[in-house]
Ligand binder design. Structure first.
Ligand code: NAD
Length: 276
């Protein structure tokens, strides 16, 4: 197979949850730039309108729908309608996610990392826990389920979930609900991969390190936060949505046809440990 054929996604029908911002927008744009037809599903009405218009302005085949992934009935309908619009559903990205607020430790102050009262286990509210699990884990589960209903009869499809480096490593600055949701999602993806392998459907996880997006109110856009983090990342820089397009295209395209149930870390070496 020629390399251009290996990565061909021309006319693929694609759905991306949380596709109106950050990494999801990178997945949507990256696939659409390569000829796929992409539906963005996102709860942020303004971003859905703006980003859909902007991508269409670039000549890309993109449609957008306002959707909350915690509404599983609406999610089923939205995925049915995307599949109907394209006459096929080739790729589903279960990507929508939120942060879970502070963890039990704050950032380094000199050689000390202060404990944070609001991130302590005894102060973790049910509301905070449930919201993160509902969006980051239950929403992704419902997205995979809706995708399977279309892909299984066709015996073909690609499912890609966005987990996190925090699914593999405990990071005390990140709330425990986020880590539990992402670790659960990574294992859910493995389980679904095993179940659907006989149907020629692959299911893989993308585990990003630190990317500049709008998550957590966009605090990562602060240049000082970026500089501080870049020092701890072996490649000495944070990630951008553009950095993730290649991996998304790889996992969505024929090039990765024999890879399933894997979690691929994309983090500039962050998870390896400290370097120079
Ligand atoms: N940015 C990072 O460093 C990083 C690292 C690891 C994992 N991730 C994961 O990447 C995914 C994308 O996050 P991002 O960093 O691009 O953030 P982002 O905030 O830029 O994008 C997330 C999108 O999801 C949407 N969304 C949130 N709740 C939703 C809901 N209930 N229904 C539908 N859409 C909803 C938001 O409106 C937003 O457009 C998330 O799952 C996140 O946990 C991000």
């Amino acid at each position: 197979m020629k390399i251009a054929e290996a990565f061909a996604v021309q006319d693929y029908g694609v759905v991306v949850t949380g596709g109106a911002s950050g990494l999801g927008l990178g997945f949507a744009e990256g696939l659409a730039e390569n000829g796929a037809r992409v539906t963005i599903l996102d709860v942020d009405a303004q971003r859905v309108a703006e980003e859909t218009e902007s991508l269409r302005g670039k000549g890309l085949d993109v449609r957008g729908e306002v959707l909350d992934v915690t509404d599983h009935v609406a999610l089923d309908k939205a995925i049915d309608s995307a599949a109907a619009a394209y006459g096929r559903l080739d790729v589903v990205f279960a990507n929508a996610g939120i942060d879970s607020g502070p963890g039990f430790l704050g950032s380094w102050v000199g050689s000390v990392r202060p404990r944070r009262t609001e991130g302590a286990l005894e102060n973790y509210t049910d509301e905070r826990w449930n919201r993160v699990i509902d969006i980051n884990l239950n929403g992704a589960f419902a997205t995979l389920r809706a995708g399977a209903r279309h892909m299984k009869p066709r015996k073909s499809g690609r499912m890609i979930v966005t987990t996190s480096l925090a699914a593999l490593l405990v990071e005390p600055a990140i709330g425990s609900a986020y880590m539990a949701a992402k670790a659960g999602l990574a294992h859910l993806a493995r389980s679904v991969a095993l179940e659907l392998a006989a149907y020629n459907i692959t299911v893989n996880s993308i585990a990003p390190g630190f990317f500049i997006t709008n998550i957590g109110g966009g605090h990562a856009k602060n240049p000082e936060v970026q500089r501080t983090l870049a020092r701890t990342i072996p490649m000495h820089r944070v990630g951008f949505a553009e950095d993730i397009k290649g991996l998304a295209l790889f996992l969505a395209s024929p090039a990765s046809a024999y890879i399933t149930g894997q979690q691929i870390v994309i983090d500039g070496g962050w998870g390896l440990g400290a370097a120079d």
